[in-house]
Ligand binder design. Structure first.
Ligand code: FES
Ligand code: FE2
Length: 413
């Protein structure tokens, strides 16, 4: 993000803190609870936003070197992605051309070839079929026509994008609408991948996403966790096409008051969330970037999976190693598992723990009870306040994408 933009956002946050102001959309909306339970809507979403929509499958460091691979199966199509000797990434259907068995079962690793567990047809990491055992008994097959089925894939600004349909169009210009320069400025391609957390809960995927849409609850629900390091009820918010930028101050923003503006960096005093429609949150902290992706359960609108991927800058890893007393040459894994400290710079594990437990044990516990209320059919709607503009935008955007009418305003404000 450009320096001038960082300074203007920080100034805006400080001004709001000083004046006890918050973002104000000037309007409240009713959101029908059927949005969280309706099976017909869920079926449309699955096709429009997941099975038939470009997906983020990771960052560059999820495929760190030649021979790296990763698999994913969260959006209806099993994916195998690889990095070749030429450094280029490719994605395939993780499906054997013999009898359709899943070829690779590990989530991540390094292999030069993939051997199907059923009869060991073997594919190169470029997707070519290179061996058929007992071919003289099986029959002659033109191997050149029976490689893994390739899917559209692009690595852009350190992000790995795949379309789950071989004939699909990635359309990254519209996925990244208005945010491409800004996202590229965070250096995703230089981050180190350090773990993934999966949370399965009984709440609709949009309800899970709603927990990332306001700071109104920080000093209430999160008063003993996130609320200790961040200010609530203070938000700099901007919609950018179907996406948005959401910045809230951390308590250390106050230290910037003593510094010259030219030395201010947004990450020194605030956390930035980018929402990329329809299901991705990039959460940019100081040296730590978490990506949260939300996936519905295609069989049940009341269930969802949250995948959280943790990334750190090399500088944060080195600093944590020093603070935690592991010395310079500590492996990334050791640092990651090291205990939190109270020196003012939380260890990487501390960041991860606060992040995951806040979501799983606080936000989603609330969300599960809302889901139950929605399932009773007795609560017609919930209300999105003037201080919750990200919820307005997100719900109206997904509704527009599915040709649904916009949310209804609540009378009076
Ligand atoms: S199904 Fe893969 S080798 Fe037979
Ligand atoms: Fe929260």
């Amino acid at each position: 993000m450009e320096k001038s933009k960082q300074i203007s956002i920080l100034k805006d946050l400080l001004r709001m803190l000083d004046n006890k102001e918050n973002v104000d959309a000037g309007v409240m909306y009713r959101n029908p609870t059927s949005a969280y339970t309706c099976p017909d809507l869920a079926a449309k979403e699955w096709q429009s936003f997941f099975k038939g929509h470009t997906q983020l499958i990771g960052l560059s460091s999820d495929l760190p070197k030649a021979g790296s691979f990763l698999t994913m199966d969260d959006f209806g199509v099993p994916i195998l992605a690889t990095r070749g000797k030429d450094g280029q990434c490719k994605a395939f259907l993780n499906v054997c051309r013999h009898r359709g068995v899943q070829v690779e079962h590990e989530e991540k690793g390094t292999r030069s070839a993939f051997s199907c567990p059923f009869h060991q047809w073997t594919y190169s990491n470029q997707g070519d079929l290179i061996a058929i055992p007992d071919e003289h008994q099986f029959g002659a097959i033109d191997k050149s026509c029976h490689g893994l089925i390739q899917l559209p894939m692009e690595e852009r600004h350190g992000m790995l994008w795949v379309h789950p349909n071989p004939k699909g169009v990635l359309g990254l210009d519209s996925m990244l609408e208005g945010l491409e320069d800004e996202l590229s400025s965070w250096g995703f391609e230089k981050l180190v991948a350090m773990g993934q957390t999966t949370i399965a809960k009984r709440l609709n995927w949009k309800l899970a996403n709603d927990t990332f849409g306001e700071t109104y609850h920080f000093q209430k629900l999160h008063k003993n966790t996130l609320g200790k390091i961040a200010y609530g009820d203070c938000l700099n918010y901007e919609t950018i096409g179907r996406n948005h930028r959401f910045v809230f101050p951390r308590r250390n923003i106050d230290t910037l008051r003593e510094k010259a503006e030219a030395d201010w960096r947004l990450t020194d005093g605030a956390t930035t969330l980018y929402f990329l429609f329809p299901n991705i949150q990039f959460i940019i902290g100081n040296g730590a970037i978490n990506i949260v992706r939300l996936y519905p359960d295609p069989a049940d609108p009341n269930e969802s999976i949250t995948k959280i991927n943790h990334f750190f800058t090399k500088g944060a890893i080195a600093a944590a190693a020093e603070i935690d007393g592991h010395g310079e040459n500590v492996s990334a894994d050791t640092v990651y598992e090291s205990s939190p400290n109270d020196t003012g710079i939380p260890s990487l594990n501390g960041i991860k723990e606060v992040f995951n437990s806040t979501i799983e044990q606080e936000d989603y516990v609330m969300g599960e009870t809302t889901q139950r209320a929605a399932e009773t059919g007795l609560l017609d709607h919930v209300i999105f306040g003037r201080n919750e503009p990200a919820l307005h935008h997100y719900h109206n955007t997904f509704r527009a994408a599915l040709q649904m009418p916009p949310l209804e305003e609540v009378g009076g404000s």
